[in-house]
Design a protein around this ligand. Sequence first.
Ligand SMILES: NC(=O)c1ccc[n+]([C@@H]2O[C@H](COP(=O)([O-])OP(=O)(O)OC[C@H]3O[C@@H](n4cnc5c(N)ncnc54)[C@H](O)[C@@H]3O)[C@@H](O)[C@H]2O)c1
Length: 256
Amino acid sequence: MARDPDFFKGKTAVITGAGSGIGRAAAIIFAREGARVLCGDIDHAGGAETVRQVRAAGGEALFVPVDVTRRDEVRALIRFGIDTWGRVDFLFNSAGSALKRCGFLEIDDALWDRSYDLNVKGTFFAMQEVLPHMLERGSGTIINVASMAHKRGGPGGSVHYASAKGAVVTLTMGVAREFADRGIRCLSVSPASVATQFQAASGTSREMEDRIIAGIPMKRMAEADEIGELVVFLCSDACPFMTADTVYVSGGGGFR
Ligand SMILES: NC(=O)c1ccc[n+]([C@@H]2O[C@H](COP(=O)([O-])OP(=O)(O)OC[C@H]3O[C@@H](n4cnc5c(N)ncnc54)[C@H](O)[C@@H]3O)[C@@H](O)[C@H]2O)c1
């Protein structure tokens, strides 16, 4: 995974959306590699459960409640990491959702705003809050979750979500390139469908799930830890020349 087996030891990862799915999987993997993990989520029970799982495996983790659509709460999350452990080395923005599936003409203003607040603004806030600290230290890696949906536009069910994730890809690229010569790397990951509570929360029906899986050559969704492993790898010293890009994890497909 990392060139230096101790690369993650003594370092801190802040994860939003750590109370479930990909964020929880990444928390467990960061901790397995020796990093301290600060778990942020709007779901207190989920965040506490992630901390329990990290500790049960011998790792170090704390939970801070956060609504990523609130700048003051995101600021407090990052501040807590810096004050508690003296440094934040990695930021993984996993909080996000498609919220609801509907045709383009049925997207109302509230759904549009919530999609962009959660998926784009939350990511923007967290990056803006952590970057001054990372720049001061001259190093830091930020990974944002986009989605393969940004490639196909989400016709018929999730244009609001797919376009927001497109914004995440572009936002990531811009930040990466602006700070590339100051020790900062910033990447996004674009998974196809992942088997998490995201599916039920976004209103993915059983039939839709079957259609999605039929369109994936590996004939299954990704598991959350398959994305988590990639996130931790991208933060490691194994890929110091990677920045700005989005990395697809698709099982060979993902275009349902
Ligand atoms: N599951 C998929 O098929 C899939 C595919 C591509 C991209 N993604 C993206 O991956 C990321 C993680 O999704 P997941 O599959 O792990 O879903 P998940 O629902 O299991 O996890 C998302 C987490 O975000 C938290 N969250 C929601 N709103 C929040 C807010 N306002 N503030 C803080 N936390 C909040 C939830 O409580 C939850 O713990 C999301 O950004 C999602 O859009 C998911």
